[in-house]
Design a protein around this ligand. Sequence first.
Ligand SMILES: CC(C)(COP(=O)(O)OP(=O)(O)OC[C@H]1O[C@@H](n2cnc3c(N)ncnc32)[C@H](O)[C@@H]1OP(=O)(O)O)[C@@H](O)C(=O)NCCC(=O)NCCS
Length: 156
Amino acid sequence: MTRSGSTSDRPIALEPVGKDNWAAILALELLPEQQEYVASNAESLAEAEQDDEAIARAVVSAGRVVGFLMYSAFGDDDEAIIYRFMIDRREQGKGFGRAAVAKVLEEIAKRGHVRRVLICYEQENEAARRLYAGFGFVEQGPDEDDEMIAVLELGG
Ligand SMILES: CC(C)(COP(=O)(O)OP(=O)(O)OC[C@H]1O[C@@H](n2cnc3c(N)ncnc32)[C@H](O)[C@@H]1OP(=O)(O)O)[C@@H](O)C(=O)NCCC(=O)NCCS
């Protein structure tokens, strides 16, 4: 993939999932080689409907849905986990991923009770590794599924 100088201040919003953006989220695509990195959005949306603790968000830029993410930050638990994250194949490399991570961390921090954010990704997923490392996520080693777990301590 050609990368085209992403900017750190892409204006994006995270919007709750609902009937207005459902179809647009389902229409988002990954590159073929990225498909094993994250569950399909159809699966994630179905899962979110069944799971009260799942917080699903559309990543929206200028009124267009460019990505999707899902996290949980339940009860008064001091740990949140971001477990789905994708930017549409046509919108990658433009800074939306970075902007969305910044926004979701802001949203999670506002919940007040969260001290630590976990994220996991396939070990060969270099784009994810670099993206999250840029926010200070520190790799902890692989979990039982052999996915890398990285942790960010909030608020220093
Ligand atoms: C990972 C992903 C979300 C990044 O989104 P994006 O919008 O393309 O990322 P950005 O343009 O904001 O780039 C931010 C940083 O990510 C890293 N990055 C993104 N794409 C990269 C690539 N192809 N190769 C290496 N690093 C990359 C870089 O550190 C980049 O910073 P830089 O531009 O200063 O080099 C996107 O590639 C994606 O959806 N991948 C498939 C799904 C996935 O892997 N999800 C994460 C695991 S759950």
